[in-house]
Design a protein around this ligand. Structure first.
Ligand SMILES: *Cc1c(COP(=O)(O)O)cnc(C)c1O
Length: 367
């Protein structure tokens, strides 16, 4: 299917020079630099999606009474574009992001966007700013679609009926520039990320706003990231920071993985889903289940749990090396990333960067 809307194209007349772009791409970091263009598409209850534009990256004029400023009605997505060995550029499973954005929209009482329009917007931006897709191994162009309520009204009883969808792009360097090192994590008992019936499975910025205090507490405790536990018993493990968690049991030919099931309070990661499909094909059985902090600790003590890692688009995998809670502390493995974690990472990265075959049809070529 071709574009569901015609985009009005306004080229940036003052794009970054090749020299400036090269300087940024030499050390992009994460989320600090943006490309020359962005996409915006408006929605209103009476017109539906309309006014699709590709325009120069820049400020969006907003009315101070826009509902997003007051009631936080917004959501976002995150995916990457990867340079291939033949110079072409692909994204990874973009229709999964589109579908997830629509599930988030449903929860946030926001309009769904046609999946094809979501993908068209990404393709147009990547094609236009393709010189910003890094060549360097392990680097990528991070894509950030998002949507928010622009209705000018403070009344909470009149739901927003105007929205803006936008996509911006940011060159992204290695998540671990000094090599992958396991992180330490803090078991948060004081803060909860999500509860049943809440917004935990929506990619909603408010979940992040609500998590910063827990993350700050983790840092005060000398840890890198916070582990989110269930809201009722504070013992069932859900996520780490903004990543899904994977537990490796056993090793070698006996290795298997377990990840917390999607109970309604977890975010359904594309990386998580990809690991669950990849692992069994590599001879590593994978299941979704439930694991408590007691089981995590005793599993590490007995040697049954051999590796634990977080997974998400930004880091791909982030091994966990040490766990600390108010009344307990333990280590996982030997302080180095585990074999199973690194093998799964290598397979996924290989598919994304086109150095391994993609039997799943996950890679979506753009240009
Ligand atoms: C985005 C996100 C993830 C990871 O999802 P991916 O699609 O794999 O990037 C996990 N947890 C939370 C809370 C997230 O916001």
């Amino acid at each position: 299917m071709s574009s569901t809307l015609d985009f009005e194209i306004t080229r940036n007349e003052r794009p970054a020079s090749a020299a400036e772009r090269e300087r940024v791409l030499a050390d992009p970091g994460f989320g600090r630099h943006f490309t020359d263009h962005m996409v915006t598409i408006r929605y209103s209850a009476d017109r539906g999606w309309h006014d699709a534009r590709l325009e120069p990256y820049g400020p969006i004029p907003m009315d101070p009474a826009s509902q997003v400023f007051h009631y936080a009605q917004e959501l976002f997505e995150g995916l990457k574009a990867y340079k291939q060995p033949d110079g072409s550029v692909v994204t990874f499973r973009p229709y999964m992001n589109a579908a997830r954005m629509n599930r988030s929209a449903h929860r946030m009482a926001m309009p769904e966007i046609p999946e094809q329009l979501f993908v068209d917007a990404i393709e147009l931006l990547v094609r236009t700013d393709k010189d910003w897709v890094p060549d360097t191994e392990g680097h990528s162009l991070y894509l950030r679609p998002f949507m928010f309520a622009t209705t000018r009204a403070l009344g909470v009883n009149s739901p927003a009926d105007e929205f803006l969808f936008a996509v911006i792009a940011s060159p992204s360097g290695l998540y671990y520039p000094r090599g992958i090192k396991p992180v330490s994590v803090w078991l948060s008992q004081n803060y909860t990320r999500a509860a049943q019936g809440g917004t935990g499975e929506a990619k909603f910025g408010g979940n992040y706003a609500a998590s910063f205090a827990g993350q700050a507490e983790a840092v005060e405790q000398g840890c890198d990231q916070v582990v989110w536990l269930d809201a009722v018993e504070h013992r069932w493990v859900e996520e780490v920071g903004s990543m899904n968690l994977m537990f490796v049991y056993g090793s070698g030919a006996q290795a298997r993985i377990l990840t917390p099931a999607l109970t309604g309070t977890l975010l359904a990661g594309v990386t998580r889903d990809s690991m669950l499909k990849l692992a069994p094909d590599l001879g590593i059985p994978a299941e979704e289940g439930k694991i408590s902090i007691e089981e995590w600790q005793s599993g590490c003590a007995s040697g049954e749990i051999t590796e634990v890692f977080g997974c998400g688009t930004a880091a791909i995998i982030s091994p966990v090396g040490r766990v600390k809670g108010a009344d307990r502390e333990w280590t996982i493995g030997d302080g180095e990333p585990g074999e199973v974690s690194m093998r799964l990472r290598g397979e996924l990265v290989g598919i994304q960067y086109g150095t391994r075959p993609d039997p799943y049809g996950w890679v979506h070529r753009i240009v």
